[in-house]
Ligand binder design. Structure first.
Ligand code: NAD
Ligand code: DAU
Length: 385
């Protein structure tokens, strides 16, 4: 499928490579003395955001508000513990008073709102928490933000899943109508609408970014890529939904981090920006690549690792294809992704194989119960390659 490339492409962002976030000097200068509240900073993308941003901006104060649900991994943030511009508060956005109290006390200039229930399959099995955190929690945070004497910029971190499913052609643009398929995506769509309404009604300064599938270090191993890496390492079945022909547009997580800063600093109030990796792949191709990378790293026979693949009953309401047209953030904010899917997958496999203590800490009772509930019957009725 051909990609549109704009002649306005100024590509001043990011500076350097994706190995480490390097913000342009004018942006660093403008953030000096600012206070940044990050919700959900102990989860996958929030942790990568903080690990990159806190050392890069020593004169900016960051506070991480997180409820520490099953998906959180506080140890990811150990490298920040000694830094004077980082602090953590455990709080649940579902609690309105507590949320208000923390926001009032910290008085942020900027809020990056990552906190959410984020796993589609869990939203199908048990949707209530998704409505409570993603809709009600966002409402509480918006109320707290508009109650401040000096209202902050509210950056809502959202997903491309709000747009529903594409067929084999076309891309999501910022004006694509919302058409969510799962309780998760419906709850994120709902929160996007609330953020937009607060911009129009109360004049709250906002950004909404709708991003494609992230992957990379620190992702909880319920999601496709880390689940497959660890199952392949351990010789367990690799459960591919349906025929594995669903397509996702993959973005290495640190490229998402640089996109968030680009949209915040170069973007406009009240606007929405799509973020994508320009890296579409079918699930089965991702899983086979993972098999080969794990086989190579662990000195196993690649054919033997691939033989663990099982085609299992599909996810209900499974969106066929996501693909982002990121022209707007590229042309307005100068952002582009820097990591290719090939090198990003290699880095991710290496990271999971080298961080066994981190992986082991994910293996708590909640996760074990989830794996049993979601996969046991599926794998029993699955077919091999
Ligand atoms: P994650 O599940 O890894 O982390 C979510 C974090 O939010 C956890 O630390 C959790 O403890 C916290 N949290 C959950 N409920 C909370 C509550 N009620 N109060 C306070 N904290 C709470 O999620 P992620 O993959 O890092 O996603 C972060 C954000 O990015 C989400 O809003 C998600 O919708 C969005 N997003 C994710 C992707 C992706 O591919 N992972 C892509 C696009 C957008
Ligand atoms: O597009 C952005 C979204 O990407 C984010 O908003 C979500 O928070 C994030 O979880 C992700 O959603 P997906 O549902 O696309 O991700 P997941 O890793 O769950 O699944 C990726 C694809 O792999 C999807 O087509 C379903 C399939 N899959 C997933 C799992 C967990 C399998 O085939 N087998 C599996 O076991």
């Amino acid at each position: 499928m051909p990609r549109r490339v704009s002649s306005l492409d100024n590509q001043d962002w990011p500076v350097g490579s994706s190995a480490r976030l390097r913000l342009p000097e004018d942006v660093k200068e403008s953030l000096k003395g600012r206070r940044v509240l990050v919700t959900g900073g102990s989860g996958f993308i929030g942790a990568n955001f903080l690990l990159e941003s806190v050392p890069e901006l020593p004169e900016t104060s960051f506070r991480n508000l997180d409820a520490l649900t099953y998906a959180a991994h506080p140890d990811s943030l150990i490298p920040l513990a000694a830094l004077p511009n980082y602090s953590f508060v455990r709080a649940d956005l579902r609690e309105r008073e507590r949320t208000q109290e923390i926001v009032r006390e910290f008085a942020p200039d900027i809020i990056f709102h990552f906190a959410a229930e984020s796993h589609v399959d869990r939203s199908i099995a048990a949707p209530a928490a998704f409505i409570e955190t993603n809709v009600l929690g966002t409402f509480h945070l918006l109320e707290a933000a508009r109650g401040l004497a000096k209202t902050p910029v509210f950056h809502h971190v959202s997903t491309d899943e709000v747009y529903g499913s594409l067929g084999e052609e076309g891309y999501f643009v910022e004006t694509t109508p919302y058409d969510p398929s799962s309780p998760y995506s419906a709850s994120k769509a709902s929160s996007d609408h609330l953020v937009r309404a607060y911009a129009r009604t109360y004049g709250l300064r906002t950004r909404i970014t709708n991003c494609s599938n992230n992957y990379g270090p620190y992702q909880f191993p319920e999601k496709l890529i880390p689940l497959m890496i660890l199952n392949a390492r351990d010789g367990r079945e690799l459960p591919v939904y349906g025929q594995g022909t669903n397509v996702r547009d993959w973005l290495f997580v640190t490229d998402h981090v640089s996109a968030l800063w680009a949209a915040l600093s170069r973007g406009r109030d009240g606007e929405t920006y799509n973020i994508g990796g320009n890296a579409e792949a079918r699930n089965i191709d991702i899983v086979q690549s993972i098999c080969d990378l794990v086989a190579q790293a662990t000195e196993q026979d690649p054919a033997k690792v691939r033989s663990l693949i099982r085609f299992v009953p599909d996810r209900p309401g499974h969106d066929l294809r996501y693909a982002i047209d990121a022209t707007k953030i590229r042309t307005e904010c100068g952002w582009r992704p820097t990591e290719s899917l090939k090198t990003g997958l290699e880095r991710t496999v290496r990271w999971y194989l080298a961080h066994d203590a981190w992986v082991k800490a994910c293996s708590h009772q909640d996760h074990k119960a989830w794996l049993e509930k979601n996969y046991q019957a599926r794998i029993g009725s699955g077919a091999s390659l």
